[in-house]
Design a protein around this ligand. Sequence first.
Ligand code: PMP
Length: 360
Amino acid sequence: MHRVYNFSPGPATLPVEVLEQVRDEMLDWRGSGMSIIEMSHRGKQFMEIAGAAEQDCRELLAIPDSYKVLFLQGGATLQFASVPLNITGPDAVVNYVNTGSWSKKAIKEAEHYCRVHVAADAASLDYNGIPPQREWNVDPSGAYLHYTPNETIGGVEFHFIPNSQGVPLVADMSSTIFSRPIDVSRFGVIYAGAQKNIGPSGLTLVIVREDLVGKARPGTPTVMNYQVMADTGSMSNTPNTFAWYMAGLVFKWIKTQGGLGVMGERNQAKAEKLYRAIDRSSFYHNPVEASSRSCMNVPFTLADPDLDPVFLEQAATNGLLNLKGHRSVGGMRASLYNAMPEAGVDALVTFMHEFEQVHR
Ligand code: PMP
């Protein structure tokens, strides 16, 4: 078997043990004579898979009973609209913190439904940092405060939970969820596309506090309605059964690794190693303020951008794939999700050092 180190931002590398289990169970899931993908979502077998996935998700994140856990479709992008449709009335004011590309997309979508008040904007930091909270201007009459705990493109991560000044806190945790422990009780809504730390794309995890459920605007599409989806166990229509099953396997994998505390320690160690390699040389550069550097997505540039294609090609030859930075940023980006082993980071750091020796 040939496996590369896949630094893709998402869909992203998944634990080999999980992929092997999926392979082994593909044709005949536990003696059923059929694959997961072929089973009814309402059958006993899939209901058990779905229930176990929710249970493990709740356990890993220590989700209080007062929260609903939904397994939806439409990606994090649909949640950009679902959040305002579910928890605000028409003409509501909503607070957003703009720390980069994904915040901007969330804001743009919310503007279709609400009056968006940008409570803080990292423009003056060139979106390479987070404005200090004392400079935020949160409208306390706003329906919620939305932020992006990890900007997947810019590589900017919050290493604190903002004070939402009494309004429900909403977080797009797509590229940071399950990377370390979080205090769910501080949030009104958490949502995340699955294709980084959870499993395949096509699944969206939504964790929503009960008091925010049941307030959807009239006309909210049924599959976007938190109340309907909570009441039907996320099965108002046919869910993405395969992604849900795989998410359940990934949750079990995280548990066997020791849970989110262990994930957090490993992720921090991996990220520190890579940032150290970048910082010790003028050949490489990461522009993000030290206190806001992402543990999941590490963008970096070469001193000579003409070398970018050479770097990418030789990296690929060395089994280091998908390191090209987002087109809006350029350069490189290494995504270090849970399933990226430390050995992958070691291999990248060694390659970077050797590349520099030849090309500096
Ligand atoms: N938010 C963030 C932080 C993301 O990284 C992404 C995807 N990379 C999205 C939203 C969009 O997610 P989806 O493609 O699942 O709609």
